[in-house]
Design a protein around this ligand. Structure first.
Ligand SMILES: Cc1ncc(COP(=O)(O)O)c(C=O)c1O
Length: 381
């Protein structure tokens, strides 16, 4: 029997495609965004502890209370906002689940949703499943900031949701306070919601500050803010994240979350709660940790024919290859993996209408030896 697909345009994600190709060809994998080093040893020890001490049954639907307390305390310290763990914080199975539940909770058939391209690839399918209509507004090199006038012209009475992502994957750009002020002014008189994908909240460089929507009371009142423990604790495979939103929005989010997963992994939630309490400096030191990796990687590429603007945040670096090749990025990414044994991500796949840029995304969440071997190859091109 054939199935009329609800997502006919969706194929295998580029991350799976490139990681598989990297494995097939024995290539250094700087494509998919995951560290090639482990999370902190004391955190891993706490997981072992909870796994072996009977913490293996369903957790609270909204998340282990101790973990929600820790998230609230971090938000108060970093962003100056008091959020109620009981009514405003929901722990989810990765940021991916939070994003899916948020979009599903809000978007009704015919509602319009704004995405900024290049857009992380999980947003559009969720909107499609809800019967929403997306407007994909391009972010242009070199700074990849929104074209605010175009956003203003696109907003209308059917606009239900704007999805934003800062620090931004795949361009590594970071919104500043002016961007937030402009957004605030643009949405002020409109009945729409904001979904802020802030999974790289702890990875911003060169003295920048992460402008979380949690800092702005006026915007928070209409926002769902999503983060990921995978990015912060070098444990992407644990798939744990969370969503913070005002009580009425949280209630709607939980209506969906309850039937998507009900709850997330119990022992890991307990372990994270302990580790957040014991080592708050981990998150605070993450920017410096990744900035050193970015600088090391870019230092090694100084003699290459790639051109670049240093990443402002995240653990991704865009490299412009126009002096090396005029192939489309999708073809070059595959050829580099097959012939030169280095895998990257072509960014055109994240655009509805790709601009004529020549950019590949490289993940530098790798140990120094991996970065050195990668740079050696890149410098030989
Ligand atoms: C921008 C962005 N949002 C969401 C996610 C998903 O996070 P998680 O692995 O916690 O589901 C990722 C992971 O790469 C990401 O880059």
């Amino acid at each position: 029997m054939t199935v009329a697909s609800k997502l006919p345009k969706v194929g295998t994600t580029i991350f799976t495609v490139m990681s598989r190709l990297a494995a097939e060809h024995g290539a250094i994998n700087l494509s998919q965004g995951f560290p090639d080093f482990d999370g902190p040893a004391p955190l891993l020890a706490r997981v072992t502890h909870y796994l072996t001490h009977g913490y293996n049954q369903y957790a609270h639907m909204a998340g282990v209370p101790a973990l929600r307390e820790q998230i609230a305390s971090k938000v108060a310290t970093l962003y100056g906002r008091a959020v109620d763990p009981e009514t405003e914080i929901t722990v989810t199975s990765g940021a991916t689940e939070a994003l899916f539940c948020a979009i599903t909770a809000l978007v009704r058939p015919g509602d319009e949703v704004i995405l900024f391209d290049p857009a992380y690839d999980s947003y559009q399918p969720a909107v499609d499943l809800c019967g929403g209509i997306t407007h994909r507004l391009p972010l242009a090199a070199p700074d990849f900031k929104p074209d605010w006038q175009r956003l203003r012209d696109t907003l209308n009475d059917r606009t239900r949701l704007i999805v934003l992502n800062t620090p931004h994957n795949p361009t590594a750009s970071v919104w500043d306070a002016d961007d937030i002020a402009t957004l605030r002014e643009l949405v002020r008189d409109r009945k729409l919601y904001l979904l802020a994908d802030e999974v790289y909240e702890h990875i911003v460089f060169d003295g920048r500050r992460h402008e979380s929507l949690l800092r702005c009371p006026e915007l928070y009142a209409r926002s769902l803010v999503v983060s990921s423990f995978g990015k912060t604790y070098h444990t992407t495979g644990w798939k744990l994240g969370y969503c913070i939103a005002p009580p009425a929005l949280t209630e709607e989010l939980r209506r969906i979350h309850q039937y998507v997963t009900f709850c997330s992994n119990t022992p890991i939630q307990h372990a994270l709660a302990d580790y957040m309490a014991e080592a708050p400096e981990h998150a605070q030191e993450l920017s410096a940790f990744y900035q050193a990796k970015r600088d090391r990687f870019l230092g090694l590429l100084a003699g290459s024919r790639f051109r670049f603007t240093p990443a402002a945040g995240t653990y991704f670096q865009l490299l412009d290859y126009s002096e090396i090749s005029d192939e489309p990025d999708t073809e070059l990414a595959v050829r580099l993996t097959r012939e030169h044994k280095i895998a990257s991500i072509p960014i055109s796949v994240f655009y509805a209408e790709p601009p004529p840029t020549r950019l590949l995304r490289f993940c530098f969440a790798k140990d120094d030896r991996t970065l050195e071997r990668a740079a050696e190859i890149l410098c030989s091109l």
